[in-house]
Design a binder for this molecule. Structure first.
Ligand code: ASP
Length: 329
């Protein structure tokens, strides 16, 4: 029998509303993982499932402390020969960030799968039980091994690097809009059509040993007549890196370019990302990065570029090395 460990953190998958029709006004993170597991009971005949309630939070309140505790626990569990895979239940608001973080720091090729739900446990047609069921099935399936940290909701399988929440309310929200799903889970059977090729999990150079906090990296959002004023606020707050969610392919107003270059000269690492949901930010494209000493963020969303830069800064401040990481991860 395969042994799957579920780490529960809260979210809507553990939520409750006062009415069966409520899918927006409800309280997240109130139902325990033991109660949720009763919904998928029949799996216990074919798999050994154990669970740990490691948090009970709305995912807006996810923290670096919890990320570190979660990553250490996952690595510890996966080192045990008797553990075959991990499922993490998580609120959907920051699920993609936790998934990408774990994708860069888990040191195992065994399956790690994040699941959530868009409807609380009390809703008519709530999606949590099926998503949890599928998550456990996926974590126990050999095809999920070596593909990095995966995300499953709404019968789809996504790579943590590319997946994003695309709709604030509908169950069909987690997608990799252009790069695509990795597959589906239908009738309890995963079907894969592609695999991630960017480095992940056991292939990465990042280690959490001796890490108790992360270098401070913040995100600035681009818009018309941005004067760059908030970049100085970030500098005052002591950031080591900034992600600019730029216009188009990582473009920025002249005033912002000048400001960010000035901050770069003080040693703050600047990554150009984009506020556009899809597409590449290429080096020396919209802006000459060689002249400005900026990093191009590739296809990573600003929130994922931030995670990669935080981890990169635990290793180096060398611009060429950091740019290389953005092409590799
Ligand atoms: N606010 C919830 C959370 O992220 C939303 C959800 O889980 O769907 O925890």
């Amino acid at each position: 029998m395969k042994h799957i460990v579920i780490l529960a953190t809260g979210g809507t998958i553990a939520g409750k509303a006062s009415s069966k029709a409520h899918t927006a006004a409800y309280q997240s993170a109130v139902v325990s993982i033991n109660e949720l597991l009763q919904e998928i009971g029949s799996l216990a005949d074919t798999l050994q499932i154990t669970s740990e309630q490691i948090a009970q939070i709305d995912s807006a309140d996810m923290t670096f402390e919890l990320w570190l505790a979660m990553a250490h626990r996952i690595n510890e569990l996966l080192r045990q020969p008797e553990v075959d895979g991990i499922v993490i239940t998580h609120g959907t608001d920051t699920l993609e960030e936790t998934a990408y973080f774990l994708n860069l720091v888990v040191k195992s090729s065994k399956p790690v799968v994040l699941v959530g739900a868009m409807r609380p446990t009390t809703a008519i047609s709530c999606d949590g039980p099926m998503n949890l069921y599928n998550g456990v099935i996926l974590a126990a399936h050999p095809a999920a091994a070596g593909k990095g940290v995966l995300v499953t909701l709404n019968d789809t399988i996504n790579a943590s690097r590319d997946v994003t929440k695309t709709n604030t309310a509908l169950p069909d929200t987690f997608k990799a809009p252009e790069l695509g799903y990795l597959g589906y889970i239908i009738d309890g059977q995963p079907h894969f059509y592609r695999a991630p090729i960017r480095k992940h999990t056991y292939m990465t150079e990042f280690s959490l040993e001796n890490i108790t906090e992360f270098p401070k990296v913040d995100i600035l959002y681009g818009y018309v007549h941005d004067t760059g004023m908030l970049a100085y606020v970030a500098e005052q707050a002591g950031v080591r890196g900034l992600i600019y969610a730029g216009l188009g392919s990582g473009n920025m107003p002249k005033a912002v370019k000048t400001t960010l270059r000035a901050l770069q000269k003080q040693g703050i690492i600047i990554v150009r990302s984009t506020r556009v949901p899809n597409g590449i930010v290429l080096r020396n494209g919209a802006i000459n990065d060689d002249d400005y000493h900026f990093i191009a963020g590739d296809t990573l969303s600003p929130q994922k570029a931030r995670i990669l830069l935080m981890l990169a800064l635990t290793k180096t401040t060398d611009l060429t090395a950091i740019q290389d990481m953005f092409w590799q991860y």
